[in-house]
Design a protein around this ligand. Structure first.
Ligand code: GRF
Length: 188
């Protein structure tokens, strides 16, 4: 059984789609939801799906390897960041080489890096006059949004596009592609 941990900091709509996608999968199980924000919606998604959760803070995630040890104690095989807003520390990267992926709501390498998340990304893309945006799924290394790209999907930006309308288009792409890309990666 391949055991997946999903890290999230927000609403968790991507986590929900991934959980749904693997519901009856015979070889992949969503074993743990890890979150660093007590008020995040993802806790409710974990509870509704009877999935164990782990709350992390800077001490357990960044200043110590407590989080790594808890993942290893559960024999987690693969880590999916789905709207997780902290940079992953070297200790976790080294413990899970080539086993951590992230989804970013823009076409990296542009519009990535520190502070580029959520609406900030869509505002920047529209302000720059881009004609298209999209999603990037990539491996995670020790720098924000710089790991090798695994998959990208695009959407158009219309003349009257707003950050909110673009965000909605991006979420459609994320929900359609992220679970499938994960499944393909795990079946290699
Ligand atoms: C998504 O837009 C994702 O691309 C980004 O954070 C957002 C997470 O949304 N990394 P949700 O919490 O999965 O709804």
């Amino acid at each position: 059984m391949i055991k997946l941990a999903i890290f999230a900091s927000g609403a968790g709509s991507n986590a929900a789609k991934i959980i749904e996608h693997f519901k009856n999968n015979p070889t992949v199980v969503i074993d743990l939801i890890v979150c660093n924000k007590k008020e995040a919606g993802v806790w409710g998604i974990a509870a509704a799906n009877q999935i164990d959760t782990l709350y992390i803070n800077r001490e357990s995630f960044i200043e110590s390897d407590a989080c790594v040890k808890q993942l290893q104690a559960r024999s987690i095989d693969f880590i999916v960041l789905a709207g997780f807003l902290w940079k992953v520390p070297e200790s976790l990267i080294n413990a899970y080489p080539g086993k951590i992926i992230n989804i970013h709501p823009a076409l990296l390498p542009k519009y990535g890096g520190k502070g580029m998340y959520g609406m900030h990304v869509h505002e920047a893309v529209i302000a720059a006059g881009e004609k298209e945006s999209g999603i990037t799924i990539h491996y995670v290394d020790a720098h924000y949004d710089e790991g090798d790209i695994i998959f990208q999907a695009k959407c158009t930006i219309e003349p009257n596009e707003t950050p909110a309308s673009l965000a909605a288009k991006i979420h459609v792409l994320e929900h359609a592609h992220f679970p499938v890309v994960i499944e393909k990666l795990l079946s290699i």
